[in-house]
Design a protein around this ligand. Sequence first.
Ligand code: V47
Length: 339
Amino acid sequence: MTHSEALKLYDLELLEIGKQADTIRRRINGDRVFYNRNRHINPTNICADHCRFCGFSVHRKNPNPYTMSIDDVVSTAVAAYDRGAKEVHIVSAHNREVGLNWYFDLFRAVKTAVPNIHLKAMTAAEVDFLSREYHLTYDQVLDKMIEVGVDSMPGGGAEIFDEKLREKICGGKVKSADWLKIHELWHSRGRKSNASMLFGHIETREQRVDHLLRIRNLQEKTGGFNALIPLLYQRENNFLDVATPLDSEEILKTIAVSRIILDNIAHIKAYWVGLTVNLALVAQEFGADDLDGTIEKESITSAAGADSKFGIDRQTMIDLIKNAGFKPIERDSLYNEVG
Ligand code: V47
């Protein structure tokens, strides 16, 4: 699909584009809606970067720095595992104060304490930060991650690949080509990851389509992406002045366009945290097939205004999916169905 063909999809009526996306969704995933039991842990918010959309890292609008001890991270993971979580999703800010070993020791400690939990950790932005800060190649950082027990990589840090816009909204962090390179190297190790796209801020439809096509091209090469997560921008406590939120029609169209362009990636996640549960459920009819997980505690999106701080319980998740007319499927991190 060319860029202009993909862009034209947006000109379709919402229900028409929804139908096209739903056809692909049903071909790949039937009437299943996936979720998992997971725990998000964000061990520090002290960041060397200053992304203008971020309400999580410590700055003038969020003046409360924190760094968890490794023991605290481990006990949080253990408690989540005891409550049934199958995955911990660990993402940190780019903290210069803690040192390289803090990152790796933390993962090793979690994996030693709960060997059966899936450790999804380290965005490509963190990989790039550690590589630049400590003069390591990407290969060295990725090999180290495997050595200390990281199982898969989350999709964060992709934002929007268009270089000009990226410079404006998150100039200091991982370059687009490097984000893709890091995932390619990770996939070459037989490992899986996710991709994301931050939308609903100052990007254009053209830039969204460009972003999705770059992900599609890498997936053609490696097949290593499990899911795309279109992350809806939240407007509070950050430095991007966005006067109006995106309307639901444009959000649903973007999810549908994602499904259609990325028919080579099995799953499109409607991340309930940013979309609200209601819209995330509607999105299941516009190409999405996954709601993400129970999460337990969420810090990044809620810092920018989302109502997601305390996660969602499993039974509520199941009931919501059933009431929306879909079949709830609890999955592990690699989309295998679990008990
Ligand atoms: O990359 C930052 C985003 C991401 C805001 O891989 C914001 O399964 C909205 O990537 N409004 C991190 N979003 C979260 C992420 C993620 C989440 C859930 C599942 C997975 C997965 C990955 O959060 C960052 C950035 O794009 N973010 N600020 C904001 N104001």
